[in-house]
Design a protein around this ligand. Structure first.
Ligand SMILES: Cc1ncc(COP(=O)(O)O)c(C=O)c1O
Length: 372
């Protein structure tokens, strides 16, 4: 296919940068004038503002969402345990972090409707070797994490929430990231709260966990040049990213609402289609922050081709289960996880970012409605 005019970009970071240009430049000047490059005033203010936004815990800036996972897992893994239980359909970030932390990933199946772990799917895969469960709020959906926490508390297992895709999601008045012993956030530029570079944060439930993460992010130092905690590394969020993130954090609820609205419009446009051909996953209510616009299709390749021909770019999040990737093949489960395999074969992602125009959203909707 040549020269198909795109009716919408899949993502376009330049629009948000243009919208925030004056504020970003002012923040840049402030950082330069301060003379601080890392761990200065901007960083301290961002950690405090993030903690206030979440309403509980402590926030610790780090260099990426993957680092946040590694440090959080290390900080909460109980003595003598070695397995991290997680979902296999969430992009392998937890698997990467688990291996880097020196532990072993194991996979539980997902709920076939929400595509996330549940207390039941976790319970089916727990044994005495499991020390940490990482629950990813995939695509922006915050499930019943309180039920998962209750199950894990009974079993002495720590809970880490991966909030990379779910910042702002709220259930029973509590924000994603405040249910676990620790939680992790990515500020990768396309995330709901995106920096202009890499960044991440760990949210810690207790001062003890926060102190461990603060040590781990800086060489294991208790005081300068005195490492008292093994497994430390260098993982710092810099002043410029912290300053940019402060600007974006003020707008996050507005961005999330716009993301939800766009998915609602796609869902309405596709409502009359045969559900086997295409179903748009709903992203309604405050427990969903619509990180990605996900559809399912039993004829995914054909649907992607039709959409491409209509000028609508699509992607797949994520095409392989973690253990189907050669680097993690040695962790392949010895039981069937059918919902995970079904999801990775059916999902496709539609254009979604808050700065899409209404005309672009309508054009994508029209292409969805015309699928046959
Ligand atoms: C669910 C999830 N977890 C973790 C990460 C890793 O974050 P980062 O790219 O900042 O390392 C990402 C995205 O990149 C993600 O989508």
């Amino acid at each position: 296919m040549t020269d198909v005019r795109r009716v919408a970009p899949f993502n376009d970071l330049s629009r948000g940068m243009a919208r925030d240009r004056a504020a970003l430049l002012e923040a840049t000047a402030e950082v330069i004038d301060s003379g601080y490059a890392i761990h200065g005033k901007q960083h301290a203010a961002f950690e405090a503002e993030l903690r206030d936004y979440l309403g509980a815990g402590d926030a610790i800036g780090v260099a990426s969402g993957t680092d946040a996972l590694e440090l959080a897992i290390k900080a909460v893994m109980p003595e003598g345990k070695s397995v991290v239980l997680t979902a296999g359909n969430a992009g392998a970030y937890t698997s990467t972090a688990t291996v880097r932390a020196g532990f072993t990933p194991r996979y539980a199946d997902i709920d076939p409707v929400t595509l996330c772990l549940t207390a039941e799917t976790i319970a089916a895969r727990l044994d005495d070797s499991v020390g940490v469960v990482v629950v990813t709020h995939l695509y922006g959906y915050l499930g019943d994490v309180a039920a998962i926490r209750a199950l894990l508390d009974e079993r002495g297992v720590a809970l880490v929430e991966d909030v990379a895709q779910g910042i702002g999601a709220t259930r029973d008045g509590r924000k994603a990231g405040t249910f676990g012993h620790a939680a992790t956030i990515s500020f990768y530029p396309t995330k709901n709260l995106g920096a202009i570079g890499d960044g991440g944060a760990v949210i810690a439930e207790t001062p003890e966990i926060a102190a461990r993460v603060r040590q781990l992010r800086q060489y294991g130092w208790e005081t300068k040049y005195n490492a008292t905690l093994a497994g430390g590394t260098n993982s710092r969020l810099d002043e410029l990213q912290a300053a940019f993130l402060r600007i974006r954090l003020r707008q996050i609820d507005e961005f999330n609402a716009r993301r939800r609205e766009i998915i609602g419009r796609y869902a309405a446009a596709a409502a009359a289609l045969d559900p086997q051909l295409l179903t748009v996953l709903p992203a309604e209510g405050e427990q969903h922050v619509a990180h990605l616009a996900i559809a399912r299709s039993a004829r995914r390749d054909a649907v992607r081709e039709q959409l491409a021909a209509a000028g609508v770019p699509t992607d797949i999040h994520f095409p392989l289960a973690d253990w189907e990737q050669p680097a993690f093949a040695r962790f392949a489960p010895d039981v069937e996880l059918p919902a995970t395999l079904a999801a990775r074969a059916a999902v496709l992602s539609l254009p979604l970012f808050p700065e899409l125009t209404d005309d672009e959203v309508d054009a994508v909707g029209a292409a969805l409605g015309a699928l046959a």
